[in-house]
Design a protein around this ligand. Structure first.
Ligand code: SF4
Length: 349
């Protein structure tokens, strides 16, 4: 998709757009962007700011001119998260809040399934994603046809799917869930058996806490599956007193080694409320960077597993996306109606 765009003679690249907008690095620009730099100065060295600042200024001007809103997931880099985004959070928070804003354009700084969710909840708006390489190993582990086959093999058993799935998969489901409400959603269903898709580790973590029989799929998050219990034990030995909080997309063995386990939002709240001296967040690495800005007294030990898909989004392709109005996310209207029902049911339960 990127290749198609850059071959189009009407497509302007990031540096060309900066030239059109007459924005370049200067002492004056440094003063203009000082407040933004102060937010991220603990994470971004000053020497890198001359590269970021022109893009930050250009994006902030354009989004105002175009009546656009920028959504940034917790795993985006700090210059995106703190300096250009309007709404920040996990995938569901982003999609829900996008529906309440008075904008013509939603630009999603996150992966493709998140942009699809924003679109299906806001079918009248233009939803843009800066890179089609922003996929997700979990979302790609299962298709709508796979879900139809599982349903045939397990008739009359309700299907719960994690929000980290395509619109097509959501459309085949009875109800969606997030990592924070997965257990409650499973327990709220009348059936004694539940098909829980596609994250095997999240399913195993839920299965430990519920009396229902869980039918699973073998999807994994390639970031969270990397963590091992041995690694956590080693961190505890090297960092005495460290508190360990883990995302439930990690294996049950890793979760068992943790002081707390919860969704990205629950992890953020836990740090805010408990203010530990030292914390290890067992999740994507940028989240520690992003929340360290608001928790200056907490020392973050970084295991540093980065999501390669989230990291395909950067200031340059965000500016290109806005200026060129590319890449527009589309969802088949019939699929959108069914997928939206599964999300709305989750919100209602
Ligand atoms: S961190 Fe994992 S679940 Fe999230 S987008 Fe990356 S691969 Fe997908």
């Amino acid at each position: 998709m990127k290749e198609q765009n850059t071959k189009n003679k009407d497509f302007l690249s990031g540096p060309e757009i900066l030239k059109e907008m007459n924005i370049s690095w200067s002492e004056k620009l440094f003063k203009e962007t000082k407040d933004q730099y102060n937010k991220v100065s603990r994470i971004i060295p000053e020497i890198e700011w001359p590269f970021f600042a022109p893009y930050i200024k250009a994006i902030n001007i354009l989004k105002k001119d175009m009546n656009a809103v920028i959504l940034a997931h917790n795993y985006q880099t700090p210059e995106i998260f703190h300096c250009i985004s309007d709404i920040r959070g996990d995938s569901l928070q982003l999609a829900k809040e996008a529906g309440n804003v008075d904008a013509d354009i939603i630009l999603q700084c996150g992966v493709h399934f998140m942009a699809e969710t924003s679109k299906l909840l806001n079918m009248d708006k233009t939803v843009l994603i800066p890179s089609m390489d922003a996929g997700c190993s979990l979302a790609e582990s299962i298709t709508g046809a796979d879900v139809r086959k599982i349903k045939e093999e397990n008739p009359n058993i309700p299907v719960v799917t994690y929000v980290n799935t395509s619109a097509e998969v959501k459309a085949e489901s009875d109800v969606c869930c997030t990592s924070s409400n997965a257990l409650n959603i499973v327990n709220s269903l009348e059936s004694d058996e539940v098909i829980f898709l596609p994250d095997e580790y999240l399913a195993l973590n839920v299965a430990k806490e519920t009396k229902k029989k869980i039918i699973m799929w073998k999807g994994r998050c390639e970031v969270h599956e990397e963590f091992t219990p041995e690694e956590i034990i080693e961190f505890r030995e090297n960092e005495p007193g460290v508190k360990v909080i883990a995302h439930p997309e990690c294996s049950p063995e890793v979760v068992a080694q943790s002081d707390f386990s919860g969704s990205t939002s629950a992890m953020i709240n836990w740090v805010k409320d408990n203010q530990p001296n030292k914390v290890l967040m067992v999740t994507e690495c940028s989240m520690s960077d992003n929340i360290s800005v608001e928790n200056p007294n907490v020392d973050f030990v970084r295991p540093c597993n980065l999501c390669p898909h989230m990291k395909t989004i950067n200031l340059e392709n965000i500016l290109e996306s806005l200026w060129n109005k590319k890449i527009e996310v589309q969802v088949n209207p019939e699929v959108a109606i069914k997928a939206k029902q599964a999300i709305v049911k989750m919100i209602e339960l």
